[in-house]
Design a protein around this ligand. Structure first.
Ligand SMILES: [Zn+2]
Length: 172
């Protein structure tokens, strides 16, 4: 039983045991036909691992499965080096659902009250532009994203992204 992070359902993380014969296993203390089993006597190290194949550093450890505090400490490498960078590029699933609901309502509005739809779209474009600028500044400043990364995220060229969001801003 590993750790699952909301929105990253393909990245369950757990501790593998490194055994004294050099093999590694995620099976603890229970018999298994398919893989070696870790018992207190044959465990020499632990390593954070992820369902996707990511593997952390082996940390020396002897004996029983670690208690909760030690477990969380050992899983920090997985959190910091693997989970956090992935989360930076992952949209919360609840937001995707809201986005889809809004899109459906605007489609309907465009059919039924086209002029109201135009006004709504104008508002939408205004605040998406503001949010884009905030996200670009944050990605560039705090996260060290290149203009190439930004262009890729926005689906435009690096040059187009820079021209639109990188220059001196004019006016209100
Ligand atoms: Zn992973």
């Amino acid at each position: 039983m590993g750790t699952i992070i909301e929105d990253l359902y393909d990245h369950e993380g757990w501790l593998d045991a490194v055994l004294n014969d050099g093999t590694e296993t995620s099976a603890w203390g229970a018999p298994s036909d398919h893989m070696p089993v870790a018992n207190p006597s044959n465990v020499v190290g632990l390593r954070p691992s992820c369902e996707c194949g990511w593997r952390g550093t082996v940390i020396e450890h002897r004996g029983d499965y670690p208690d909760d505090d030690r477990h969380d400490e050992l899983m920090k490498e997985w959190h910091i080096l693997h989970v956090q960078p992935l989360l930076q590029r992952t949209t919360p699933s609840a937001l995707t659902a809201d986005h889809e609901a809004l899109r459906r309502r605007l489609y309907q509005l465009a059919e039924e009250r086209p002029e109201a739809a135009l006004q709504e779209v104008r508002r939408l474009l205004a605040w998406t532009e503001e949010i884009t600028q905030i996200a670009v500044d944050r990605a560039r400043g705090d996260h060290g994203a290149s203009w190439s990364d930004i262009g890729q995220d926005l689906g435009v060229s690096k040059q187009a992204a820079w021209e639109r969001f990188g220059g001196e801003r004019v006016g209100p």
